[in-house]
Ligand binder design. Sequence first.
Ligand SMILES: [Zn+2]
Length: 168
Amino acid sequence: MQVPKIELSIIGGQRGVQLNTTVFPIICPKCNNYFEELYHHKSSRYGFVGTVTCNCGERVNLIDSDNLVDYIKCHTDKKSVVLDFGKLFQLELKNIKQLKKQLGYDLFEHHINETIALSDLVESIEKETGITATSIKSKIPLPVEVKKWMALLRGPSLPINTLANRSQ
Ligand SMILES: [Zn+2]
């Protein structure tokens, strides 16, 4: 079985990173609620990913870019909402710069031209900085590695005992 994951190709320059994700939240354009469960993307045919039914009864069609998956379009007959994963997961160029500012971790320096899973990247940052990422609380369902990534972006707000351990 394919393991659902979020992959980043580290390009650098103004393009930053290219995302390809097979696990993500989806939203109902009618009632504006996120589905409780994350969606596991397996494949698409000409961009058509699948249809899901919301608790409100609405059927929602899911459309991707038919290539690397960095957004999902959730649409009904009347309305559509595009979820941009770079924005939603805070994996845009500005966030990578934010990480460098907060933790001194330069993603481009460490992983340029690599394709890396976000879960591996989080581990790599933890190892390099000595910080353990604790998942942030989120109102919308997000993959655990995204919640850890967002915690890292906030910088080293460490409990006192963790700081003590680091200075040993
Ligand atoms: Zn709904």
